[in-house]
Design a binder for this molecule. Structure first.
Ligand SMILES: NC(=O)c1ccc[n+]([C@@H]2O[C@H](COP(=O)([O-])OP(=O)(O)OC[C@H]3O[C@@H](n4cnc5c(N)ncnc54)[C@H](O)[C@@H]3O)[C@@H](O)[C@H]2O)c1
Length: 321
């Protein structure tokens, strides 16, 4: 990055932080956002639907097939039931939250009344772009579009949107498992309206999470640091330097991490990790062509075998789903 580009990025960051710290009246997100539409009922989409409904928002949850939706709703029920048991909630508590979620396979109808759309479909740029551009034609002009992408740029995901909508498009990057992990990265483009950041920051706090801000850069904060760490762990094992189990034990007991890199990659889903690496190797500013991000033959083989981690019952470890 040239020094003038770096300076202007820093100036922009300071403007946004000044705005967020300024003396503004408290923003009540529920005065602006009541309906949230979530696209993708997989690991992330179902978790986001759960925390939004738990915080009192009406949620439309879309996925490709009824079976995808059923799996998502079942995961939500399971997570809520566990929480209800731990916190002694009344008997009808789980159902009262699930009833705020309307599952549907009707893609356009799901966003008619949405104030906030969050897409959590597969990490695939053309799929995310075409979903957003379809929704742009029917969503309210005031509706905010958010992507939960792990690796793509908001600029790319929003490339086919109208200029007006682009200004109302950001990233809301949740962490897995959503019900447990406190962080949400809010990433913004140069043209993002700072008022939108104030609103989304308030919304994230309202659903019980902690927001951090990041410019629109590959992997935002967490994945930019975590992906190279996971790659180093895999290479260590592929070279035969140590076993999967010993690497995981080492990082838990030696570095104080709650789980080892292989346990984490299994939980995240190997396909998600694979798509991040491919997207960065093929096309990310400052990262493309970096051989570290080229998926190894071992990783390609696991993808072909469908060994995607916890969700498929087998990844680096075997699971009894
Ligand atoms: N897994 C994680 O730890 C994690 C964390 C943060 C962000 N993310 C991001 O969240 C998004 C979803 O990841 P996930 O882990 O929930 O994946 P997932 O595989 O659990 O869910 C993806 C969903 O996309 C749907 N889908 C599949 N093909 C589709 C198509 N052609 N059009 C529309 N939808 C389609 C699937 O039915 C599925 O419900 C990705 O962008 C991922 O990078 C993942």
């Amino acid at each position: 990055m040239s020094s003038s580009t770096a300076e202007s990025a820093l100036r922009r960051q300071h403007q946004i932080l000044d705005h967020l710290r300024g003396n503004r009246p408290e923003t009540d997100p529920k005065a602006v956002i009541s309906h949230v539409a979530i696209y993708g009922a997989g690991i992330m989409g179902s978790g986001i639907a759960q925390v939004a409904a738990q915080s009192g928002y009406q949620v439309a949850l879309w996925d490709v097939t009824q079976a995808d939706l059923d799996r998502g709703i079942q995961a939500i029920r399971k997570s809520l039931t566990r929480f209800a048991r731990k916190t002694n909630q009344p008997a009808d508590w789980v159902q009262s939250i699930v009833s705020r979620i309307s599952p549907t396979t009707d893609q356009l109808a799901a966003c008619f009344s949405a104030d906030l759309v969050i897409e959590a479909v597969v990490e695939n740029l053309p799929i995310k772009q075409s979903l957003f551009s379809r929704l742009d034609t029917v969503a309210k002009a005031s509706c905010v579009f958010a992507t939960n992408t792990s690796s793509l740029l908001i600029a790319d995901v929003s490339a086919k949107l109208s200029d007006e909508r682009k200004r109302r498009t950001i990233a809301l990057h949740f962490f897995n498992p959503v019900a447990v992990m406190k962080l949400v990265e809010i990433a913004y483009m140069d043209g993002t309206d700072p008022e939108l950041l104030t609103l989304l920051k308030a919304w994230v706090l309202d659903i019980g999470k902690v927001p951090v801000l990041c410019r629109d850069t590959p992997g935002f904060i967490v994945n930019r640091l975590l992906v190279p760490y996971n790659i180093e762990a895999r290479q260590l094992v592929e070279r035969g330097d140590a076993t999967i189990e010993d690497v995981d034990t080492a990082m838990k007991l030696g570095a104080g991490y709650p789980m080892g890199p292989f346990e984490l990659m299994d939980m995240t889903g190997l396909d998600t990790g694979y798509h991040i690496m491919k997207a960065w190797y093929d096309n990310a500013p400052g990262l493309s062509g970096d051989s570290r991000f080229k998926p190894s033959p071992e990783m390609e083989q696991m993808m072909r075998d469908g060994h995607l981690g916890r969700k498929s019952g087998r990844g680096y470890y075997v699971y009894d789903n």
